[in-house]
Design a protein around this ligand. Structure first.
Ligand code: FE2
Length: 142
């Protein structure tokens, strides 16, 4: 369980950096919508990072705290330091959110099997938030 939660912690840290990189480098017609939306996303991710780390501590584990650790294990691919168009950002963020929600569902399943309801409860929140964000992103891609 701790390994899965540290994996999520690493993924969220890299996702945070990626979302803010996009916030800085996004260009195109939907700039005025997506620039603040990306800030909303990374502010949420920042809160989730703290919640996951403190959840790991709550269940007696040790949260990874180094960027080096996160980059080694994260499955989220960082964004480059280049200007990026709105369509690419939406597609890429939807792909990453989809990966995160699948990871979170796996953690919830395992937590329920082990009767670790404190873990399961937080995962429920994340499943709800990411599923809603994904629905909205998909709507905007049509
Ligand atoms: Fe900003």
């Amino acid at each position: 369980m701790n390994n899965m939660l540290n994996q999520l912690l690493a993924d969220l840290n890299v996702l945070y950096r990626k979302l803010q990189n996009y916030h800085w480098n996004i260009k195109g017609k939907e700039f005025f919508v997506l620039h603040p939306k990306l800030e909303e996303y990374y502010d949420d991710v920042n809160k989730q990072i703290d919640e996951i780390a403190e959840l790991i501590l709550t269940i007696g584990g040790e949260p990874l705290g180094k960027l080096d650790d996160y980059l080694k294990i994260s499955k989220i691919q960082e964004a480059e330091n280049v200007k990026v168009c709105c369509d690419t950002v939406i597609k890429e963020v939807a792909k990453d959110f989809d990966y995160i929600v699948k990871q979170v569902i796996e953690i919830k399943k395992q937590a329920d099997n082990n009767e670790q309801y404190v873990v399961s409860t937080l995962m429920d929140e994340l499943i709800g938030d990411y599923s809603k964000n994904l629905w909205m992103l998909k709507q905007s891609m049509q």
